[in-house]
Ligand binder design. Structure first.
Ligand SMILES: NC(=O)C1=CN([C@@H]2O[C@H](COP(=O)(O)OP(=O)(O)OC[C@H]3O[C@@H](n4cnc5c(N)ncnc54)[C@H](OP(=O)(O)O)[C@@H]3O)[C@@H](O)[C@H]2O)C=CC1
Ligand SMILES: O=C(CO)COP(=O)(O)O
Length: 316
């Protein structure tokens, strides 16, 4: 079973490095100049691709592999899938991006099913910084696939001695955990950046997690998926580490500082998608909604805090 990683950013490169330590891997990127010349991605400096990784700029050639790891930002997934000219019937298309598509209001597995109805969609997600994976540090992730035999095969194929995959068949739960934790991480970063304290952050993480559970349950996920690696696990990592870009974006908002717009911050678009779902489903998601406004400059951190604190008192 051959493997290609589609996307030469930090995460795609890290996955190619980790898997390339045990087998042949193809890495596709839309701009391969740097990868060819230096064997390093500018998005993950200091990490060199092993010899077993073949770099290509030919998307349809890479897409002929049996297993494709889709590692572009969520809002670019549709564009990437549009560019693949051939039907990928029977291929495993593993979403490694974390988010909700703003245009369609759905996660990656639904986008894959719409673009490639004959493919087997799967989701790889959980607490894992690209740098940690590339350095070979121990990491545990969720591999979710609705097709049990294919899910088991992917679990075997993509695990390494230090990258331990736990299998699930709940793709909706796995992808929503990964998508929504980024939104809560922005809120937590803003809280710390504005000097509101660790107690307030703990409150945001807990009430944010309640929103993750609420929306996921409404969309058909199982609660135990959200309490696993892809939900609570990744929420814990991303809300407490400045290794996270979403958290750092929030820190900058809280401090009133500029943030480099070229950095991938998945939670900003996902907050908007979640706020829309909140309205459409008549489901309260107050933290997601203030993050949507905050990241679009419609609220200050002080106003966001006042909005959350002035909500009517309620049962936990
Ligand atoms: N970094 C991490 O630690 C982790 C990231 N993820 C997830 O992985 C996904 C990708 O993030 P990450 O790799 O970190 O992001 P990066 O910003 O490091 O890289 C994004 C890459 O995607 C490429 N890209 C953007 N748009 C397109 C497109 N339309 N077609 C092809 N390539 C495109 C960019 O190319 P170019 O350089 O040419 O702009 C860039 O190489 C995100 O959803 C993220 O949440 C998941 C776990 C960990
Ligand atoms: O998803 C991640 C860790 O699991 C990476 O988080 P950031 O995208 O916030 O850097």
């Amino acid at each position: 079973m051959s493997i290609a990683v589609l996307g030469g950013g930090a995460f795609g490169t890290a996955l190619a490095v980790a898997l390339g330590r045990k087998r042949a891997v193809t890495l596709w990127a839309r701009d391969v100049t740097g990868l060819h010349d230096t064997r390093q991605s500018p998005r993950l400096p200091g990490v060199t691709l092993p010899d077993a990784v073949t770099v290509t700029g030919d998307l349809n050639e890479a897409a002929s592999r049996d297993t494709l790891l889709l590692s572009v930002p969520m809002q670019q997934l549709s564009t990437l899938l549009d560019r693949i000219a051939t039907p990928l019937d029977g291929h495993a298309l593993v979403a490694c991006c974390k988010g909700i598509d703003l245009a369609e209001g759905v996660g990656p597995s639904a986008l894959i099913a719409r673009h490639q109805p004959g493919a087997v969609p799967a989701v790889l997600t959980g607490p894992s910084f690209a740098g940690d994976i590339a350095r070979g540090l121990p990491t545990a992730l969720t591999l979710a696939c609705g097709d049990e035999p294919r899910g088991r095969a992917l679990q075997e194929q993509l695990s390494t001695p230090v990258l331990r995959l736990y299998r699930s068949d709940d793709m909706i739960g796995a992808e929503l955990g990964g998508a929504l934790k980024n939104v809560i991480a922005i809120a937590c970063g803003a809280c710390i950046g504005a000097g509101l304290g660790d107690s307030a952050r703990a409150a945001l993480m807990t009430r944010g997690f309640a929103e993750m559970m609420r929306l996921s349950a409404r969309l058909g996920a199982r609660p135990e998926t959200l309490t696993g690696l892809s939900g609570l696990g990744d929420l814990t990592l991303t809300c407490t580490s400045d290794g996270s870009r979403n958290y750092r974006f929030g820190l900058a908002l809280g401090r009133g500082e500029d943030f480099d717009p070229s950095v991938t911050v998945e939670g900003a678009a996902t907050a908007r998608a979640a706020a829309r779902l909140s309205t459409e489903l008549d489901l309260p998601l107050p933290v997601c909604s203030v993050v949507a406004d905050l990241s679009q400059g419609r609220l200050t951190v002080r106003q966001a805090m006042d909005t959350l604190l002035s909500r009517p008192l309620k049962d936990e």
